[in-house]
Ligand binder design. Structure first.
Ligand SMILES: Nc1ncnc2c1ncn2[C@@H]1O[C@H](COP(=O)(O)OP(=O)(O)OP(=O)(O)O)[C@@H](O)[C@H]1O
Ligand SMILES: [Mg+2]
Length: 343
């Protein structure tokens, strides 16, 4: 291949590539590398551009003759960080090649996985610690005291219920994720879904002293969906309204047929669960659907929450090609709208 053909080939490669001589001077920088480092990278000293300790040490090893090596290099632009995997390969026409691959997404997924495992372990550990403690207590003299025993067993059963709730949520999350790509198509009547949800939550609605304003017009078209999963969506949304919005005394449930929803380029049903409680500071809104995210951990935990509810809601809606629209302001209650496409 001629020199100019090699040049053209390197230039056309989508990933940033640098050809570097024995002195560490950049001989060739392809288009992507010039975009990454600026045009000055051409004929510059590479050491001046890759100063982070890990990658600098790697460069020295390769300049000293090591045939292949790699290191990570973090580049920050504004508040966005890109992590590059830099691979150096020696002995190309007396020079060496540095190639860069963007591994930010892989690293982010890995971090998410670690967080998830840490969160699950943490959530299981607290009730387990309580259980172990009370089992030991009951094995001692306190076990003979019927009053203490009844009290301890009550606490133990509460903690066991917490654990089984957490495990049920985790299973349902992984089940939804497993089928997320397959859109459910059974015609589902949302009025029936909402009525079944309210019937199941009746005791909680009464305990919270909430009045429900139900405004779902008759004759709404069925949506293509999964009945049980949709019940799960509205169960969590209404339950949240009861748990976090009870001070408002009422919850509005309404559904509207929107013939043309811009984000979907087609008709949708929009179901809104609106409470008049304390609401959410808008800065927290984008995080609410993250797994295990709770604004007030202690309070959510007291009411048996694990922070998985809205994560499950989001996955189910996405399986239905729909979305969740959250609007709230502190002191003004909150509305959680499920937007479900009809086509
Ligand atoms: N209607 C609401 N008003 C105010 N805050 C809310 C409302 N709904 C949810 N939140 C906040 O969002 C957080 C996450 O809700 P999510 O349903 O995911 O978890 P949870 O209710 O705490 O636990 P789980 O649903 O697993 O039992 C809650 O802990 C709460 O801080
Ligand atoms: Mg919830």
């Amino acid at each position: 291949m001629t020199d100019s053909a090699t040049h053209a080939l390197i230039s056309a490669l989508p990933q940033p590539i640098l050809l570097i001589n024995r002195e560490g001077m950049v001989e060739i920088a392809n288009q992507s590398a010039r975009e990454l480092f600026g045009a000055r990278i051409q004929h510059a000293q590479i050491r001046a551009h890759l100063r982070q300790p890990e990658v600098a040490a790697m460069l020295e090893r390769v300049l000293a003759g090591k045939s292949e090596d790699s290191a990570n290099f973090v580049m920050a632009t504004g508040n966005h960080e890109t992590i590059w995997r830099v691979v150096a390969r020696n002995g190309v026409a007396g020079m060496f090649v540095l190639s860069f691959s963007d591994i930010s997404d892989i690293e982010a997924a890995e971090a998410q996985r670690r967080d998830f495992v840490a969160n699950v372990s943490h959530e299981l550990r607290s009730p387990l610690t309580v259980l172990v403690g009370f089992i030991e207590t009951l094995q001692g003299p306190a076990g003979e005291d019927p009053v203490a025993r009844a009290e301890f067993l009550g606490i133990m059963s509460e903690q066991a219920a917490r654990m089984s709730g957490l495990v049920a949520d985790l299973l349902s999350l992984s089940r939804v994720e497993a089928v997320e790509k397959i859109r459910p198509r059974t015609p589902v009547c949302l009025d029936a879904v909402l009525k079944a949800t309210l019937a199941a939550l009746r005791p909680q609605i009464e305990a919270a002293g909430i009045s429900i304003n139900y405004d779902v017009p008759e004759g709404l078209p069925d949506i293509p969906g999964d009945y049980d999963q949709l019940v799960q969506v509205f169960h969590n949304l209404v339950e949240n309204a009861l748990k976090y919005g009870a001070t408002g005394g009422r919850v509005d449930i309404s559904a509207t047929h929107v013939p043309m929803f811009p984000a979907h380029q087609g008709p949708v049903l929009r179901v809104s669960i609106r409470d008049y409680g304390e609401g959410v500071d808008p800065i927290y809104i984008p995080r609410l659907t993250e797994r295990f995210y709770r604004i007030d951990k202690a309070r959510s935990r007291d009411s048996g929450g694990t922070g998985l509810g809205l994560a499950i809601v989001k996955h189910i809606l996405s399986r239905h090609r729909g979305r969740l629209v959250i609007r709230s302001a502190l002191g003004e209650g909150a509305s959680f709208d499920a937007v479900l496409p009809l086509t």
